[in-house]
Design a protein around this ligand. Structure first.
Ligand SMILES: [Cu+2]
Length: 233
């Protein structure tokens, strides 16, 4: 019994040293973090009138999601990316849900080459219509029995998504060309970790406010703050 415990302890210490090794490897990169804020008085999101499929779509109130600003001025659903940073893109499967006749999430960012699992949680007819130049455009009906449509987006691009059955449904795919990107949360905050050291431009994209860039120096194990203010267009 005693020797068994010793073996376990030995295994635990091996596991520990492996994980320490992994952490110190990732510490070679730096962190870029900050907030994206609205320069001006936060607008009140417009209410959306549900005119169709009310038994599903009108179960909760809808607002226009194209500019969501919280009480502190933070902008949700902006995408921040370190331009030109080199790293392993790891395409995979990402989920884009049609739920309550909203797109969840409103902005979906993923590594180029990923497959988007377009889910119909509503059990009614939706239609997935994308507007793109570098990737093939899609315009497919998704009847209630078609729970998932899988579509792969090979090229980096920002792609608008709409539903032709429900005119208030708008969303975005951000197909990224490097792994150092994030979508801002409800408070406008973002954090990019393990960015290889170097001098870069950090770009923010927002669907109605456009783009802005800033320079940043990323140091090994260091934290760089990059805060954006976007003005109304
Ligand atoms: Cu729809």
């Amino acid at each position: 019994m005693k020797s068994y415990a010793v073996v376990l302890a030995a295994c635990a210490s091996v596991a520990l040293s492996v994980s320490i090794g992994a952490n110190s490897a990732s510490a070679a990169g730096g962190t870029v973090s900050g907030t994206v804020k609205y320069d001006g008085t936060a607008p009140t999101p417009k209410k959306v009138e549900v005119t169709k499929d009310k038994e599903v779509c009108a179960l909760h109130p809808h607002v226009e999601e194209d500019l969501l600003v919280d009480s502190g001025g933070g902008i949700a659903n902006a995408v921040v990316i370190v331009k030109g940073a080199k790293g392993d893109l790891k395409p995979g499967d990402v989920k884009f849900d049609q739920k309550g006749c909203d797109y969840v999430p409103h902005v979906l960012a993923f590594p180029a080459g990923s497959t988007v699992d377009i889910v119909n949680s509503d059990g009614i007819l939706h239609n997935i219509h994308t507007y793109s130049e570098k990737n093939p455009s899609i315009n497919r009906a998704q009847p209630k029995f078609k729970k998932v449509i899988n579509e792969t987006f090979a090229k980096p691009e920002v792609i608008k998504v709409t539903c032709d059955a429900h005119n208030w449904m708008h969303g975005w795919f951000f197909s990224a060309d490097n792994p150092y990107y994030a979508v801002t949360d409800a408070n406008g905050a973002y954090k990019l970790t393990d960015v290889p050291p170097g001098d870069y431009e950090v770009k923010v994209w927002h669907e109605t406010l456009g783009e802005s860039t800033q320079k940043v120096k990323v140091g090994a194990g260091a934290d760089s703050a990059v805060n954006f203010e976007l003005a109304a267009k």
